[in-house]
Design a protein around this ligand. Sequence first.
Ligand code: NAP
Length: 344
Amino acid sequence: MFDLSAYNTFNLTVYAQSGRVIAVPEDLEQPVSGPFIILGGGSDVLFTEDFAGTVLINRIGGIELGPKLDPEGHPSSDESQASHIMVRVGGGVLLDELIATLIEHGICGLENLSLIPGTVGAAPIQNVGAYGVEIGDLIATVEARDVFSGKQITLTQEQCRFGYRSSIFKEQGWSTLFITHVTFKLPLNFEPRVNYAGLQSCEFKNAAALRERVIALRNEKLPNPKYVGNAGSFFKNPYVSAERVAELKAQYQEVPCYPQSNGSYKLAAGWLIDKANCRGIKHGQVGTWGKQALVIVNLGGAKPHEVVALAKYVSAEVRNKFALDLVPEVRLYGKHGELSWDQI
Ligand code: NAP
């Protein structure tokens, strides 16, 4: 049995039948048989029970800087003309460590994603986002290897089909791909993205200053998985029609809603959970975080079924109050592999 305690940030005591650490792509040459799961930092997963298969843990390292590009996208030999740089990163590199390294080298673009737990290889799967930046917007290509056939493929940004916390890697038929490397196209000039509250009123002279502010905001509001088991936002923000927003506004003038280019509106799942009286609640050893109700926390020694029960309770309360269905952002795994929300 392979102990997964150190490989899920919920800190649940769960086991897989076996586990393999993948340090270089060639480690995947030994074929996988039977069910398998690929893990990065284990920061976006909930194991609902022990897993009867193999866990492949992505620890492929390396950060390769260059080439630099001019504004037309051509390799630039003249440093002063360069506006962007390509950066190829191993899938097992921690995203936050990458961001720190980039900033040291004067490379910008990812600073709003500071302190997001997890690895670079996991980030495109969810298209992780924070403070108005989604990682998919900065990805040029993703290299992946099929764990059964060994076939190596490279997908362009367009082929990755990035959406809100989604990508091709979550679609049926694509889940056998192990992301070995991600190549980013990143700006060399600092263009701050400061639409979100907490960033708007500040002047940032460089990416390091913006990173510092994002880290401070996250530390103020979110539990650090080193000390309190959690997997970040448990649910996705729901998208609703303008008519639905008008109905909600008639009842709750202050409802936070963000218009989208397709005419729909994004609601804040954390606000809905709060209004459904589920912020800071505790059921046994599981609760929702008092400063951000969207995060479900393991208060110490929680069992997987307790996390599931609390998540179901919260979603039922939101449904009763708002007639809206919350869907998990966290990926759910059971004995034989990934499960849908309706299956647990
Ligand atoms: P917040 O600022 O209290 O805002 C609540 C929600 O409203 C957020 O989820 C955000 O959606 C949305 N929002 C706020 N300002 C917005 C704006 N100017 N334009 C569009 N949407 C806006 O949220 P928070 O809990 O402190 O989190 C701040 C950021 O960190 C958010 O982007 C959040 O997604 C990110 N975060 C991610 C995780 C994770 O596990 N993935 C965990 C914690 C925080 P979006 O979520 O779509 O941005």
